[in-house]
Design a protein around this ligand. Structure first.
Ligand SMILES: [Zn+2]
Ligand SMILES: [Zn+2]
Length: 264
């Protein structure tokens, strides 16, 4: 679905669409550039695929490196497409796991985190595309971040979508996608009539809830997972008062400096 049609369907997202349009283009551009920077052979020999049962995400193997000159090129392309001033970005080499990526809450931090996420997404595409990895952890197999949302595929499998790099992995249907806790009766599931084909899995063990897109009855055209997530605010009303916190995509808070910059 083109973004204009998206705006017509969800008028409350209209004012955010210019940001998402640039963001999606910028991610595509990074993907194209990365093809000449990160080699498939290096990823394949990192040890990740051979040792899936160890539960170590790809970036924990320390095999993904970017040259400073390449980071400059990526930053230039990203900033140009986003229409923001060019940022000088420093990323550790090898690229660390998400939890070890310390970035400031400003423009440079935003760009650094987005470059890191783009490399992880690129690596997933190379190493895990069309494969069903035997990965049973409630964190991203590539960057190690938590899930931002869930999916139930047409065949009834639960997938999780990484809150940072948006990689997708298969997960246990009955376990909490955020902490792995398994409730004997299954997780508490809530729905909202206003948001068909979505459900909420509420976990008492970790006090969080995961929004899950159920694709068994309808296969939506997903332009972008975080953008799709933003159509579901009415789901949050269904859990109000239960004291639970939602799983979110990192991009939501990461782009906060843009709004602050616009307000000044
Ligand atoms: Zn990830
Ligand atoms: Zn949980």
């Amino acid at each position: 679905m083109p973004l204009a049609a998206w705006g017509a369907k969800y008028p409350f997202l209209q004012e955010n669409l210019p940001f998402w349009e640039k963001y999606l283009l910028a991610r595509e551009e990074l993907h194209t550039l990365l093809a000449g920077m990160v080699s498939e052979a290096t990823l394949a020999t990192a040890g990740f695929l051979e040792n899936l049962s160890e539960g170590k995400p790809l970036l924990a193997y320390g095999a993904v490196r970017l040259k400073p000159a390449d980071i400059d090129r990526l930053s230039e392309a990203f900033c140009r497409t986003m229409g923001i001033p060019r940022q000088t970005v420093v990323l550790p080499s090898p690229l660390p796991l998400y939890e070890d990526l310390a970035v400031a809450e400003d423009a440079a931090g935003f760009v650094a985190a987005e470059l890191h996420a783009a490399v992880a997404a690129f690596a997933e595409n190379i190493i895990a595309a069309d494969k069903e990895l035997n990965w049973l952890e409630p964190y991203c197999p590539i960057c190690g971040a938590a899930a931002g949302m869930g999916l139930i595929t047409p065949s009834g499998k639960k997938n999780l979508v990484c809150s940072h790099c948006q990689s997708v992995w298969v997960y246990l249907r009955t376990a909490c996608g955020l902490c792995g806790h398994t409730e004997e009766r299954g997780a508490t599931v809530l729905i909202a009539d206003e948001v068909p084909n979505w459900l909420i899995e509420l976990c008492e063990a970790c006090g969080h809830y995961l929004k899950v897109l159920d694709m068994r009855d309808a296969l939506p055209d997903i332009v972008s997972y975080p953008l799709h997530y933003l159509t579901t605010w009415e789901l949050d009303l269904a859990v109000r008062g239960k004291g639970a916190k939602p799983a979110l995509f990192a991009i939501f808070s990461r782009a906060g400096w843009l709004r602050r910059a616009a307000a000044n």
